[in-house]
Design a binder for this molecule. Structure first.
Ligand code: BG6
Length: 489
């Protein structure tokens, strides 16, 4: 991946207008990321940040709010007093009802003429249409504008299409940045380098050399204060339809002809379109939905999902999903892709495991069954790559045991690693679309997810319970065991 820091900075000053500017995402991620971008000289000179929200702060009140709420999300070593004060000086706040077109006049007064405007929509997606219509009606959108759409982009294919259509009335595709923050993670971008910067992997990277692919994104956090959003969403919409599918795309895609946004996105789109559509029978057999009950995570007692504030006592929302899916393409014929994600799991762990085929025949009678060669790519919490090989156990026999070649990427590179949002915001500023989703990609992902969501509705099964702090319901292990596989934990 080219380093975005080496790209030319935009010529015009920037007005970054954040809808939902006092919301949770802005507080925890966007404002700290913008500060870090500023600290490292990656915002154009005289950038102005205009937060938009419902609260009636004046400018001083909003600055105080940011000092109090956002500053704790910046590592102390990065808080340079001069840079922080300069950053606070960039902040402005406009209190408005985004559905009311007349309130945009105030926003127009705050935004300077002749600048580049980046509108970051960190609100519920149901507001995206009216925000874009109203911005355009007030003359705030021009060819220098860009719009960033935060996930979830809709809750099914129809609603995603509706949003895309509405946003597309005012912005062309090259002005639209659909965020999936996983694409901004250093480790995820490194997957492209691992696959396409190394010649030795490519000949092996296909069926029948690969026996299975596992993608796990396990979190220890629960639903926290997000029940209002999460309970109507669930793990499939929140994590699988976007983050896990994007990881799957990078693992499964054909080599793009270049790193141009469309070259990369064309290849990812092909993967999404090749994902096997699941029938009701497939859904019943190949998917597992779970919901956590009380337990302990990292030695601390935690409550059940249904006891979290704001979650209905009879909620059927899944906080865990495991599934088997296939990419119906030559390279991946009959290779199962096992996907798994959940909240309140035993460990925070994002990992991709490529399991290679066993040797066709064993000449080692002491170890007739090979434990298998695996390439384990760990994305979180630490970044590492392990290649598991078989080695002879010292001794007189010929017994084999698996051993690992380990590459710890943290110690291999000492440079600072920017957070995903910082990297993606710099891409927005510099006009780089490679790590954002294109309209057709997003819609293809929903087209695959919709039948699963509908199937679950039709089957009307309650999610299986799993104890907080475990690896999910037993059915998740059974899903793999049936075919002679097992999750790597
Ligand atoms: C978000 C989901 O997109 O990703 C959250 O809405 C989830 O529910 C988060 O916790 C996980 O992101 P990360 O970067 O912590 O792995």
């Amino acid at each position: 991946m080219p380093n975005s820091n080496t790209l030319p900075a935009p010529a015009l000053p920037l007005d970054m207008i954040i809808f939902g500017g006092a919301g949770d995402l802005s507080v925890r991620k966007l404002l700290p990321a913008l500060y870090m971008a500023h600290l490292h000289g990656n915002l154009p000179p005289s950038t102005r940040i205009i937060a938009v929200g419902r609260h009636t702060y004046d400018r001083a009140g909003y600055i105080e709010f940011v000092q109090e709420r956002s500053q704790p999300f910046i590592e102390a070593k990065n808080l340079e007093p001069e840079a922080w004060q300069a950053f606070l000086g960039m902040l402005n706040y406009v209190a408005m009802d985004v559905n009311d077109v007349s309130s945009y006049a105030e926003l127009a007064r705050h935004s300077r003429p002749g600048v580049e405007r980046a509108f970051y929509l960190a609100t519920a997606p149901t507001l995206f249409t009216s925000i874009c219509d109203n911005l355009a009606a007030c003359g705030l959108v021009d060819s220098n504008s860009r719009v960033v759409l935060e996930k979830p982009l809709g809750h099914d294919l129809a609603s995603a299409q509706e949003i895309n259509l509405a946003v597309g009335r005012h912005f062309n595709e090259s002005q639209i940045y659909r965020i999936d923050h996983y694409l901004g993670k250093e480790t995820v971008q490194n997957l492209m380098v691992l696959r396409f910067g190394n010649g030795i992997l490519e000949p092996l990277w296909r069926a029948p050399n690969i026996r299975s692919v596992q993608i796990t994104v396990a979190e220890t956090v629960g639903v926290g204060s997000r029940a209002g959003f999460y309970d109507g969403t669930g793990a499939l919409r929140d994590m699988v339809q976007n983050h896990l599918l994007q990881l799957l795309c990078i693992i499964a895609m054909e080599p793009p002809v270049s790193l141009d946004p469309d070259a990369v996105r064309d290849e990812k789109l092909k993967v999404l379109r090749s994902l096997r559509r699941m029938s009701l029978g497939d859904i019943a057999r190949d998917t597992v939905r779970g919901q956590y009950v009380s337990g302990a995570v990292n030695g601390e007692a935690v409550k059940a999902y249904r006891d979290e504030p704001g979650v209905p006592a009879d909620s059927r929302t899944e906080t865990f999903v495991a599934m088997r899916t296939y990419v119906d393409a030559w390279r991946w014929a009959n290779v199962p892709f096992f996907l798994r994600t959940g909240k309140r799991m035993q460990k925070r762990l994002s990992e991709i495991v490529i399991e290679f085929a066993n040797p066709p025949f064993s000449i080692f009678p002491d170890t007739p069954r090979n434990a298998g060669n695996r390439l384990v790519i760990r994305l979180q919490p630490e970044e590492s790559i392990q290649l598991q090989l078989m080695a002879k156990q010292p001794g007189s026999g010929m017994t084999m045991l698996p051993v690992s070649l380990n590459l710890d990427l943290q110690s291999a590179f000492s440079q600072r690693r920017a957070e995903a949002y910082e990297r993606l915001l710099i891409d927005v500023v510099r006009g780089r679309l490679t790590h954002f989703m294109r309209r057709d990609e997003l819609e293809a992902a929903w087209a695959w997810a919709d039948p699963i969501l509908e199937g679950w509705e039709e089957l009307r099964e309650r999610p299986l319970q799993y104890t907080a702090g475990s690896w999910g319901p037993d059915a998740s292990a059974a899903l793999l065991a049936r075919e002679g596989f097992s999750w790597m934990e």
